[in-house]
Design a protein. Structure first.
Length: 222
């Protein structure tokens, strides 16, 4: 039996056409199947219009962003109440493709805590992670924007920074994750070795010809 990795894998569907609408549900079902087979926790982060996939699968679903406003006259905003109602267990916050000021991050974390929604807050530097950690999110994800979608893994290119990032959380309950360029079992194993508890992955799995095969390779190295 191949040694299973104990890790959290968040698959960020982003706005890729391969993970939108009917294809979002299809990929979410693939993630559910691999999670069931490997017993590894796979979480999917989907576009707001696709959060309802949560009603059709048994693995956790995240939004990719929420706004902090209360319900009312806020046309076009995505509210925590709405993603919760649609079935999300939480949300990404401050992804490098959707950056927010610290005061906005603080308001979002506060609003999500009231609704028991998990917040996975992204940081593009160890320094920024140190600042955001004070807001006590559920998890933090370190991503180096220039490595995103390159296939050059943050764990291979910036191991010392990943290690420094993960060490920020040693004495806290905040879960450290990392992402950007992760595209192989080795990249994932290195993330765990450097102290992270999981990874955020997107293009390598979402844009793969055989999404299930790539996902299984990440987790089981086969
Ligand atoms: O949220 C994770 C994402 O930004 C990483 O992207 O394509 O490098 O796996 P990718």
């Amino acid at each position: 039996m191949v040694k299973k990795l104990k890790l959290i894998t968040i698959i960020n569907f982003k706005t890729y056409k391969e993970a939108t609408g009917a294809r979002a549900l299809k990929l979410a079902q693939v993630c559910e199947k691999v999670s069931k087979k490997t017993k590894v926790k796979i979480i999917v982060a989907v576009q707001a219009t696709d959060i309802s996939v949560a009603k059709k699968i048994k693995i956790p679903v995240l939004a990719q962003h929420v706004d902090y406003f209360e319900q009312g006259r806020h046309t076009g905003k995505i509210l925590p109440e709405v993603i919760k109602e649609a079935g999300a267990v939480g949300t990404l916050v401050n992804h490098s493709e959707n950056k927010l000021p610290l005061k906005t991050i603080k308001k979002i974390i506060k609003r999500c805590k009231v609704l028991n929604l998990l917040t996975i807050v992204c940081a593009s530097s160890v320094q920024q992670a140190r600042q955001i950690a004070k807001l006590k999110p559920y998890a933090m994800a370190y991503e180096v924007p220039e490595l995103i979608a390159t296939g050059k893994s943050i764990t291979k290119i910036k191991p010392d920074s990943v290690k420094a990032f993960a060490s920020l959380f040693k004495k806290t309950r905040i879960i450290p994750l990392c992402g950007a360029g992760i595209s192989s079992h080795e990249d994932v194993k290195l993330a765990l070795k450097l102290g992270c508890k999981g990874v955020l992955v997107s293009s390598a799995s979402v844009k793969a010809k055989n999404q299930e095969k790539v996902l299984r390779e990440f987790i089981l190295g086969i």
